[in-house]
Ligand binder design. Structure first.
Ligand SMILES: O=C(O)CCC(=O)C(=O)O
Ligand SMILES: [Fe+2]
Length: 244
């Protein structure tokens, strides 16, 4: 399988979208293996950081990913050479859960990670909003800096993430854009003109087209796989094993 076939040509370089990356059985197995007692509640979603959250210096106390997060996903990443150039391969997975009406503010994942993120979606479909970071522009005639926060100036893209799909974000798409998810109960106006990965979509293309361009949100769980650049194994000798 050559990942180039899955490149999103209408998005910044370089994003890839693979529908049906895992099967329905695999999806159910992963969902049922996520422990129910390890969620960290945030105001607009809940998450689990596996194997651990990063320290204040963005260091990961490394330990292997649990089997349900490893198989069958990591061997497939290897086949696609997604983390081929990353120093440790994949060593971290964030699990985010969004109920209808929940989302995540526009942000960048930043320099703690090797600049590749691979997102597997489970449960419901959701739109990821990607926007060009507004550049710190030259002071304008009235002397105000209209860089960060200058409304609606940067280019924007919508990526529809179907359940069981894989989205890979790398290169400029990782370093030069922000991504977020609107806290809405439905995504509207989805079609071949507004959705950057429309031609790559699987079965939801027909469903959404038949639904007048609307995606009703249901609970979605995302697995975001990354390589944390700074890793500590010494810590385990000093502090003993951490609970995972
Ligand atoms: O759920 C997603 O697809 C995005 C999550 C995200 O942006 C993050 O965890 O940094
Ligand atoms: Fe993110």
């Amino acid at each position: 399988m050559d990942i180039e076939e899955y490149r999103i040509h209408d998005a910044p370089p370089t994003m890839y979208y693979i529908p049906d990356f895992i099967s329905e059985d695999e999806e159910q197995h992963i969902l049922s293996s996520i422990p129910s007692n390890r969620w960290i509640n945030l105001s607009h979603r809940r998450l689990q950081a596996i194997p651990a959250r990063l320290s204040a210096t963005n260091t990961l106390l490394a330990s292997p990913l649990p089997k349900h997060l490893f198989d069958p996903i990591l061997p497939r990443f290897k086949d696609l050479n997604i983390f081929q150039a990353a120093p440790h391969g994949v060593n971290h997975c964030l699990i985010n859960e969004y109920l209808p009406g929940q989302g995540i503010m526009p942000h960048e994942d930043g320099a703690a990670y090797w600049p590749v993120v691979a997102t597997v979606s489970l449960g419901g479909a959701i739109v990821l909003d990607v926007s060009e970071k507004s550049r710190r522009s030259e002071p304008s005639a009235n002397g105000r800096d209209e860089g960060q926060g200058g409304a609606g100036k940067g280019k924007q893209w919508k990526i529809l993430q179907e359940p069981r799909s894989l989205l890979v974000t790398s290169g400029d798409a990782y370093t030069e854009t922000l991504h977020g998810i609107a806290d809405v109960h439905a995504d509207y106006d989805l079609n071949e003109k507004t959705v950057a990965n429309w031609t790559l979509l699987g079965s939801m293309k027909g469903v959404i087209a038949g639904n007048g361009g609307t995606n009703e949100r249901t609970t979605r769980v995302s697995l975001t796989y990354r390589d944390v650049k700074k890793v500590s194994t010494v810590g385990s000798k000093i502090f003993g094993r951490t609970k995972t």
